[in-house]
Design a protein around this ligand. Structure first.
Ligand code: UFG
Length: 316
């Protein structure tokens, strides 16, 4: 029996695929390489396909005996989702439904879903716990929220159990430097600062100590470890649930820029710019539930150490 990893050629999916193979699982990466990289899918088998195409998903399930699915394949730019919502609903929503329908037909019963802190929208309380009201403000966050709802119905009717993993800000790279963060175009703060000598700060008038947005950065390898834990949890027959994945400490945009400059040993010029639409001022996770129930232990709790792995990858 194999684990299907959609989007396994992407940033977070490739780290999960590498870890699963290290632990002896047999995996199949399903990816259309629109945002991922073929050279990242170097563990397990590869199936070229698009989740929007039912025939391709069907062919993959026919070829491989799939027992569980980790679903990473999705568009994930908040800003783009505001200007092109159709693209997000087609890929993130219809694509996920196609995948769930194939699971139904081929009787695969465990689903691990890449959800996001964006399902909470602008949070009312920090740190955020899992039963905080979900009120997404972008089509991206809404597409993830809708799948979380659909999963409840698919469990009641078809017995597909699921774990929603709500990531905060994924950062860093594989310490063995085989894979790392590589987005085209790059919109994320840390890689932008590491690649360049200047950066625009989107908003300096937020109600935060230095006026810039605060985020909770979590290492991509720790996210991969949470997927492994969630898989084992579902394979043990435990009940569907949702978990936040973050470090529990927040860093402002200015602090992140300073830390990147320090790690890279270079001067970064920053230019104050207007707020980016869809950015909540503060996002910090309470991940105690994942620690307690999934026995998840993040290994990278220091921002400097997280950025160091990203910098090494960037130089490679
Ligand atoms: N930022 C800048 N300048 C840049 C890039 C980013 O100031 O050039 C700021 C952003 O405005 C934000 C912070 O840096 O305040 C972090 O931005 P990222 O783009 O690195 O990450 P996001 O917080 O926007 O994105 C993350 C995840 C998404 C998720 C989102 C929820 O990557 O998947 O959080 O808000 F949906």
């Amino acid at each position: 029996m194999k684990i299907l990893i959609t989007g396994g050629a992407g940033y977070i999916g490739s780290h999960a695929n590498k870890l699963l193979n290290k632990k002896g699982f047999k995996t199949v990466v399903f990816d259309n390489l629109s945002r991922g990289h073929k050279e990242f899918a170097k563990w397990g088998e590869f199936f070229y396909g698009d989740i929007r195409n039912k025939r391709e998903i069907h062919a993959c399930f026919k070829k491989h005996r799939i027992s569980a699915v980790m679903h990473f394949a999705a568009y994930a730019y908040v800003g783009e989702s505001v200007s092109e919502p159709a693209k997000y609903y087609e890929n993130n929503l219809s694509g996920a439904i196609n995948l769930l329908d194939a699971m139904r037909e081929f009787k695969a019963k465990s689903f691990i879903f890449s959800s996001t802190c964006a399902v909470y929208g602008v949070p009312e309380r920090i740190p955020i716990i899992e039963n905080h009201k979900r009120c997404p403000v972008s089509p991206y966050g809404k597409s993830k929220f809708m799948i979380e709802e659909i999963l409840k119905d698919y469990e009641s009717a078809y017995g597909i159990r699921h774990v929603n993993l709500r990531y905060f800000n994924a950062a860093g790279a594989d310490p063995e430097l085989e894979i790392g963060e590589w987005h085209e175009p790059e919109t994320h703060l840390i890689p932008i600062v590491l690649r360049n000598r200047s950066v625009r700060i989107f908003g300096t008038d937020y109600e935060t100590p230095d006026g810039t947005c605060i985020r909770d950065y979590v290492h991509v390898q720790d996210l991969a470890a949470a997927h492994l834990a969630a898989l084992e949890y579902l394979l043990e027959g435990k009940r569907s649930d949702s978990f936040n994945l973050g470090n529990g400490s927040g860093f402002s945009v200015k602090e992140v820029i300073e830390t990147c400059a320090d790690v890279a040993g270079k001067k970064i010029k920053s230019e104050n710019s207007k707020r980016r639409p869809g950015d909540p001022p503060v996002l910090i996770a309470d991940s105690s539930k994942a620690k307690k129930i999934l026995k998840w232990k993040p290994r990278y709790i220091d921002l400097h150490a997280i950025i160091e792995t990203a910098w090494k990858w960037h130089n490679k």
